[in-house]
Design a protein around this ligand. Structure first.
Ligand code: PDD
Length: 280
């Protein structure tokens, strides 16, 4: 695999980052995950806008232009002959030298890494036909979840806990209300209405979420942006989540309780089809 590191395209074995890098020592880095279907890069503008926002919120600078970013994405797809899969992008605050909580001096170059991961059946995921099962867990993450940082230890712990319980993923709960999934935005369906938590610092502003809500509105669905509880979700007609890597994924069980009929519902299935059709 050919990866991009600080301006160079090199074999993955040669791609090395300093042990002093702030991403490694402090988790001081932001990232994006962008899907590729049939060689096409999905939602590029959305991911770049959010990257810019994450960088700005952390006062991190990276002087790559929009044209350079798209060029790197395209070049990696080409060099790795990527048909279906994803592109991972990470920008860290760079090599700070000796360990120090303070940011390194202005002008310290960031560390920019991009690589591809092939997932041949990304759009054809059998899980989308069966739906997935989730457990709920307290949301123990920090309170700036709108910034897409690499501080993913708690989401990793949550996914492991779900796996140990024989389930697929976890939904986080704070002050009695669902915030989001461990790596996705969550929704419930009641009749013709889609309910999803409003945007704030409490959740990541999903790129797939923005498109999904647009397509749902165009399909004459009603949208209500507000928090909901696990109990309300268990009693809903349907539940699902969205993310760049899973698109629209039906959720058929929460904490051992079936959602609706306990099977993939028509709304989630249709929204998944619409999302994939519009993306391809
Ligand atoms: N996760 N919420 C969280 C906490 C996420 O990590 C993600 C994305 C989302 C969905 O955002 P988007 O639709 O822009 O992918 C919501 C990515 C896919 C990941 O970490 O792999």
């Amino acid at each position: 695999r050919i990866v991009y590191l600080n301006g160079e395209y090199i074999p993955e074995e040669e791609a090395k980052v300093s042990v002093f890098d702030r991403g490694f020592v402090m988790g001081d880095a932001v990232y994006e995950v962008t899907s590729v279907l049939g060689g096409k890069i999905l939602e590029f503008e959305g991911h770049m806008n959010r990257l810019g926002r994450s960088l700005a919120e952390l006062e991190m600078t990276c002087d790559l232009t929009r044209d350079e970013w798209i060029e790197i994405h395209r070049e990696l797809v080409k060099r790795n002959d990527l048909d279906e899969g994803m592109i991972y992008l990470q920008v860290s605050r760079g090599n700070a030298g000796d360990r120090d909580f303070h940011y390194p001096p202005e002008g310290t170059p960031p560390t920019v890494v991009l690589y591809t991961q092939s997932k041949p059946n990304l759009a054809d995921d059998p899980k989308a036909k069966q739906g997935i099962k989730v457990i709920s867990l307290p949301d123990l993450r920090w309170h700036r979840r709108d910034i897409k940082t690499v501080q993913l230890l708690y989401p990793s712990m949550a996914k492991m806990a779900a796996e140990k319980a024989g389930k697929n993923d976890a939904w986080f709960v704070e002050d009695g209300f669902v915030t989001e999934g461990s790596s996705n935005n969550v929704y419930i369906v009641k009749g013709n209405k889609i309910i999803t938590r409003h945007l704030s610092h409490d959740i990541l502003h999903g790129i797939t979420r923005a498109s999904l809500l647009k397509y749902a509105a165009e399909s004459q669905m009603e949208i209500e942006e507000r928090p909901f509880t696990i109990e309300e979700a268990q009693g809903a007609d349907e539940a699902f989540f969205t993310s760049a890597s899973a698109f629209v994924m039906p959720v058929v069980e929460i904490d051992g309780e079936a959602v609706g009929e306990g099977a993939v519902g028509p709304v989630a299935m249709r929204l998944r089809e619409i999302y994939l059709d519009e993306s391809r």
